[in-house]
Design a binder for this molecule. Sequence first.
Ligand SMILES: [Fe+2]
Length: 586
Amino acid sequence: MYTLGINAAFHNPAACLVWNGQVIAAAEEERFSKIKHGKRPIPFSAYELPFNAIDYCLREAEITISDLHHVAYSFDPSILLPDNSGSNVVTLPLEPSANPVDPHWDSLWDPLFVSFIVNAPRQLVGAVPHHLGKRLEAPDTRYQWHFVEHHLAHAASAFIPSPFDEAAVLTIDGRGERATTTYNFATRRGKGRVDITRLGQVEMPHSLGLLFEAVTGYLGFLHYCDEYKVMALASFGKPRYMEDFDQIIKLEGSGSYRIENGNLEERFGPARKPGADFEQRHYDVASSLEIALEKSLLEITYWLQEETGSKNLCMAGGMALNCVLNSQVRDDGPFDEIWIQPAAGDEGTALGAALWIDGAERNFGFFPGWKMDHAFLGPGFSDREIEDFLIWSQLPYHRLNDIPTETAHLLAQGKLVGWFQGRMEFGPGALGARSILASPLQASMQQRLNGLKDREDFRPVAPVVLEEHAGNWFACSAPSPFMLFVHDVLPEKAKMIPAVKHIDGSARIQTINPEQNRRYYDVVLEFGRLTGVPILLNTPFNTRGRPIVCNPRDAVESFCTTPLDALVIGSFLLSKSGNSQRLGRR
Ligand SMILES: [Fe+2]
């Protein structure tokens, strides 16, 4: 039984294909459309479906839309429709902003937003781009359409792929239909049956996620997009605005809270203009926000642990991408084990909705559950496909005999290497399939990488370390394969890896083992043999404002237009130092 998951309501549109409990493919639309985050999260764009990502998922399984049994869309518009109206009509003035908002709606534009989503099934049939007709246009579809509540989709994405048989599940994002934070208890029983019970929720307009977005905008970054920059900025500040944030975030016990935003400029002074210099108060606002959120999240998680009695926590929702917050919950919270969905943003709801509907429609029967040990769920390209492209493009390249060893030698020489291998990652992290790799041994490497990517200087670069060696270099006692936690660099090792450490002494590490990605593991292993340091710098293979590369053309274009020294793509090397031998010939 095939189930297609779709996320499209707000941002990070994505698709995921599940077959009898197993995830076959998952990808974000941005990787195909080249529009970062896919689209803007505004009512006017709510109709846009991730057609390219859907097409990819069907292609991976070698099926067409006719073969689908279910489509699961990760937003339920009925929750926003007027209660008990008995009508299938919503009224939308031609010029909503010139009319008073109907008291039922949160916003002037909600009727437009909801009507687009209600009509998503018709969009899927009637708006297929011409070039995707082969797989997406069919006269005889048989699938059943399901609208899945947004936070249920987040919760399913957090629990079903987790290693736990029971767990507390916390979802926090900007907003779903009305919920912004949810508390759940999930269990997996005999034959894999999953139950997710909602224990409580916080609703609009009270949202820790929206507060984070508001401060992101205040600090001159793009909200809905640059929240991770605020997280990095916080390390440079002092939390001298805690009293203000105590007034803004009102914790009310039992997981409930209120947000009294008010006017941030009245509290903290004029907002920073995008691109303007940072003042100390900007760092201090970021620091105060981060600590206020840590405090709030700890209180919430203690309550959730008592309420569920579980020692396991699963998390999803955009806030779960904040690795500093996650680490605080890990270090000072009440749970023994934490698993976070690596695609914790809205893209992951495509996966959660698909897994949930697939399981519910099968009554979770007779197929083994799917555990998410890695995130390599996107498009991959064979050596044949890659070489055909290189020949066509007439670029010089040569085939490597020993990919890990030869790549490790380049890295040990201080080269910046584009690394394009296997299936693309699902989610925002680059985990060794679409990465830029570099040596951690020189402090200047962080600046070189930030320069290459046209990123702000304050941004740290994350390391990848062999799983078995992680504890020798970082305060790390458990694998961390998805870069969702920070770990302190051991003081006695810090001088050996100066490019790794953030200003606060921490690093957002990725641990790697051979089962997750053999070739990537072997490069780090060989680099360790050459230098004595089994660690590399790993940053996403993209440049500022662009999504991570998806296909060989993207990788080669990025290689040719940045100061990358080399590109290792499949079994082939492209180099700017004249070492590549062949010119468009096999
Ligand atoms: Fe969400």
